[in-house]
Design a protein around this ligand. Structure first.
Ligand SMILES: CC(C)(COP(=O)(O)OP(=O)(O)OC[C@H]1O[C@@H](n2cnc3c(N)ncnc32)[C@H](O)[C@@H]1OP(=O)(O)O)[C@@H](O)C(=O)NCCC(=O)NCCS
Length: 180
């Protein structure tokens, strides 16, 4: 049995099992603490009855006006507990928190490696659409799909249409040098 509970700073000492995984993003300690301070309702975990962390969601909210949205910075499930519905549970909970009055976001988005077939399939099955492909998004030069899920507030699903981009215009090149 897995329980969904808030993520605390002490849980950072228990995420080796989930993070020792090539597809799981690993960040510096300050990065996680920033999320806990700024977006406590968008950061949570699943744990076993003996308090083993077996999955977590690291989410945030950002943007202005119609671009106000929540973002999945990391979601992961420990290898021994995959394919049991925990990943879906974590994403479903972020939808609930993002639609709650405190956040009231228009949509949810995320970046995922185009080669991460399992995660892409999970998101598509949960109603996410590929908004654009971002070339060289990852430091490894992998491309990312920028995927979006309209939330209840975005009644006309404008987050998927805004800008009337053609498919080619939606191919964005992520320029690391420009950001350094
Ligand atoms: C992606 C991840 C979070 C899914 O977690 P999970 O608990 O195994 O997922 P669930 O059991 O909730 O499955 C949800 C859906 O994902 C897809 N899926 C999950 N595992 C799959 C597999 N081995 N093969 C094919 N599809 C799979 C299915 O569509 C599944 O729905 P279904 O069971 O109704 O068919 C997990 O594989 C993981 O931690 N991966 C490494 C980190 C990662 O890639 N994170 C996403 C980065 S954006």
């Amino acid at each position: 049995m897995a329980t969904l509970t808030p993520f605390t700073a002490c849980d950072l000492l228990k995420i080796n099992e989930t993070n020792l995984d090539v597809l799981t993003e690993n960040y510096e300690l300050e990065y996680y603490l920033q999320y806990l301070l700024k977006w406590p309702s968008l950061v949570f975990k699943t744990e076993t009855p003996d308090s083993e962390v077996i999955g977590y969601m690291l989410g945030k909210s950002e943007g202005v006006n119609l671009d106000w949205h929540s973002h999945i910075s990391a979601v992961t499930v420990s290898k021994n507990y995959r394919r049991l519905g925990i990943g879906k549970l974590l994403v479903d909970q972020l939808v609930v928190s993002s639609e709650a009055e405190e956040q009231n976001c228009y949509f949810m988005d995320l970046y995922v490696r185009t080669t991460n077939a399992v995660a892409v399939r999970m998101y598509k099955n949960m109603g996410f659409s590929t908004f654009r492909r971002v070339v060289n998004y990852y430091a490894s030069s992998d491309d990312a799909f920028d995927m979006r899920l309209p939330l209840r507030r975005d009644t006309k699903k404008t987050c998927l249409k805004r800008g009337k981009h053609t498919a080619e215009e939606r191919m964005l090149t992520y320029d690391y040098k420009r950001l350094q």
